[in-house]
Ligand binder design. Structure first.
Ligand SMILES: Nc1ncnc2c1ncn2[C@@H]1O[C@H](COP(=O)(O)OP(=O)(O)OP(=O)(O)O)[C@@H](O)[C@H]1O
Ligand SMILES: Nc1nc2c(ncn2[C@@H]2O[C@H](COP(=O)(O)O)[C@@H](O)[C@H]2O)c(=O)[nH]1
Length: 194
């Protein structure tokens, strides 16, 4: 923990391969539970249509991102795809805990593991599993956010990430969306009340 962080609050981590549905679940939970606040990650990838700087991500140049790395401003960071960095800022965790809220993360498996390692107390990590690899890849294709090369890289990485499921506290299978949203709500309510 960085020395300036206030008393340790709770952390709710949603992790999964790309396309499994963690952003969909997290958005729903943020609308449903006022106690939660989203940890806005920093990234060097360009914004997708409709994404807003400071809301969906802090969109940074590679130079600005690496300056923050050198300045020890990240809880964790990963080069998730070649040349594409993503990281959790200490300032986000501090901001949310200072407001007495629980930090919610939408993060890939290595970053989730790093956060769990740094905050073993007060954290819950939920792995969102797709019903099958084929459905996962189909969802990624249907989302239509990636160019063919990015899609290929995400699918290759997703195959590796599926093997991480057992390392987290809970596995939530995102098959029928309404059922998955209901289960995510139950998990969140139990965690907030714990
Ligand atoms: N249960 C579901 N049934 C059908 N489609 C779904 C379901 N859950 C999510 N989707 C759709 O699948 C796509 C991927 O979902 P989402 O963007 O939430 O995944 P993600 O895990 O956040 O991916 P990434 O890591 O790439 O950001 C989206 O188009 C979303 O609307
Ligand atoms: N290690 C981290 N991974 C992160 C962070 N923020 C997001 N992510 C994950 O990156 C991939 C790709 O995201 P996308 O928005 O380009 O689809 C996805 O798995 C995110 O969850 C972070 O701060 N650290």
């Amino acid at each position: 923990m960085s020395p300036e962080e206030p008393a340790h609050g709770k952390l709710l981590i949603f992790t999964a391969p790309s396309g499994a549905g963690k952003t969909t679940l997290v958005r729903h939970l943020l609308a449903r539970f006022g106690e939660l606040a989203f940890s806005v990650s920093a990234t060097t990838r360009p914004p997708r249509p409709g994404e807003r700087d400071g809301i969906d991500y802090h969109f940074l140049t590679p130079e600005a991102f690496l300056a923050k790395v050198a300045n020890d401003e990240f809880v964790e960071y990963e080069e998730v795809y070649p040349g594409r960095f993503y990281g959790t800022l200490h300032s986000e965790v501090r901001r949310i805990w200072a407001a007495n809220r629980t930090v919610v993360f939408d993060i890939e498996v290595k970053g989730a593991t790093a956060i769990k390692r740094q905050y073993p107390e007060g954290s819950l990590a939920v792995f969102v599993a797709p019903p099958s690899r084929e459905i996962l890849f189909q969802r990624l294709r249907d989302r239509s956010t990636e160019d063919p090369e990015s899609l290929r890289v995400r699918i290759a990485r997703a195959a590796e990430e599926l093997a991480y499921a057992d390392r987290f506290d809970r596995v939530l299978v995102n098959d029928d969306l309404q059922a998955a949203l209901a289960e995510a709500e139950l998990i969140t309510r139990d965690f907030l009340n714990s």
